[in-house]
Design a protein around this ligand. Structure first.
Ligand code: ADP
Ligand code: MG
Length: 349
């Protein structure tokens, strides 16, 4: 039997069949799918009252739409307005939600040694990833890529003056594509908890987080196989916990047989392709999303130092040869569905 990622999330299998304290036997899974952030989004809650649960999910779903507009790097909206102001050398007032994302993204960029760099929006656009459709055709001209890399856009160029933001470098264009989903997931679980739903799962295109459990059993999550359509591994999580995966397999530029993935190495301006997926387990999705992107950039060896510097604990890396590296904590949790080419345990502590 072949199980895909969605199947895994629905299974909710677990060893413990006893209801957890506070769990009502009458709770059932209420699940809704939607399409937002350019991806399939799923929200599950455990509830006795299906209608009320659906209303709570609709509340969260409405917020996703607003966030998608406000945090979009290239469509009209709050971040688009900021980017236009930065390009024109103007200072711009930013609303509190976006402002705190900029601060947090700057911290993560710093901790990653600049491998996660949301200031490279122009490079991402040059490769054709500022479009809903996947780009096709020859990669951008090497000289143009090199020119953009030479402008060294960095979050350190931003100047924060209260809620007003400007940039010392006019080449800074902010792209929060590697951070925004993590933030949105955390806020969605916070909102559901506020509405009384303490057992929930929010999945934004394979980046997900859970709270509580699934009727006294852990949530069972599938991590997608980077080279196939099904799951590579499954793992069980409960309590407030996020499993975020950055991969090169979903969005890429296709030129004949060649694929150029959407995660760009800010040092070269070229797509990162040696790590095909990086999965980070963390209490906060917002603290896993950017870091996962930076591990893809770091590559199959350097990721270890980058993960240590970022204080990550549980990580799983799959390289372009299908080899898996994972931390002991991750190894203890995952069950492989498809046997990897090789498995290596790496201590980060
Ligand atoms: P996904 O969107 O599949 O979850 P990521 O979280 O890794 O993947 O985000 C990738 C997106 O982040 C790209 O589409 C682009 O918008 C942006 N990006 C690409 N390279 C980098 C980078 N080195 N640092 C920060 N953001 C990046
Ligand atoms: Mg991501």
């Amino acid at each position: 039997m072949s199980l895909n990622r969605r199947d895994f999330m629905k299974l909710g299998l677990g060893a413990c069949l006893l209801p957890a304290i506070g769990y009502s036997r009458a709770d059932t899974l209420v699940s809704e799918d939607m399409y937002v952030f350019g991806t399939l989004v799923e929200v599950d809650v455990m509830s006795r009252d299906t209608a009320a649960a659906r209303a709570a999910i609709a509340d969260v779903s409405h917020t996703f739409s607003v966030q998608n507009r406000d945090w979009h790097a290239w469509k009209p909206g709050a971040l688009g307005d900021l980017n236009r102001a930065l390009a024109a050398g103007r200072e711009h007032a930013v609303e509190p939600g976006l402002l705190s994302m900029l601060h947090e993204a700057k911290d993560i960029a710093h901790a990653s040694g600049g491998l996660y760099n949301p200031a490279i929006g122009s490079l991402v656009g040059l490769w054709g990833f500022h479009s809903d459709e996947l780009p096709v055709g020859a990669p951008p001209d090497a000289a143009t890529v090199a020119q953009l890399v030479a402008t060294s856009p960095s979050m350190e160029d931003l100047v924060f003056n209260g809620n007003r933001v400007s940039s010392r470098n006019p080449h800074v264009q902010i792209d929060l594509g590697g951070h925004a989903k993590g933030v949105a997931i955390d806020l969605a679980l916070d909102r559901l908890a506020q509405l009384g739903y303490d057992n929930a799962l929010v999945n934004l295109g394979g980046n997900l987080a859970v709270s509580g459990d699934r009727g006294g059993r852990p949530w069972r999550i599938g991590v997608r196989h980077p080279q196939g359509s099904g799951a590579l591994a499954s793992l069980e999580i409960s309590g407030r916990m996020a499993v975020v995966t950055s991969g090169t397999y979903e969005r890429y530029r296709q030129d004949g047989d060649r694929r150029y993935p959407h995660i760009i190495d800010p040092r070269s301006g070229q797509p990162a392709s040696h790590v095909v997926s990086a999965t980070v387990l963390h209490r906060h999705a917002a603290r896993a999303d950017g870091p996962a992107t930076s591990l893809v950039v770091a590559g199959p060896e350097a990721w270890v130092d980058v993960a240590r510097r970022m204080g990550l604990e549980d990580v799983m890396i799959v390289d372009d040869q299908g080899r898996v590296q994972l931390t002991p904590g991750m190894a203890a949790r995952v069950q492989f569905v498809v046997p990897p080419t090789s498995v290596k345990i790496v201590e980060l502590a």
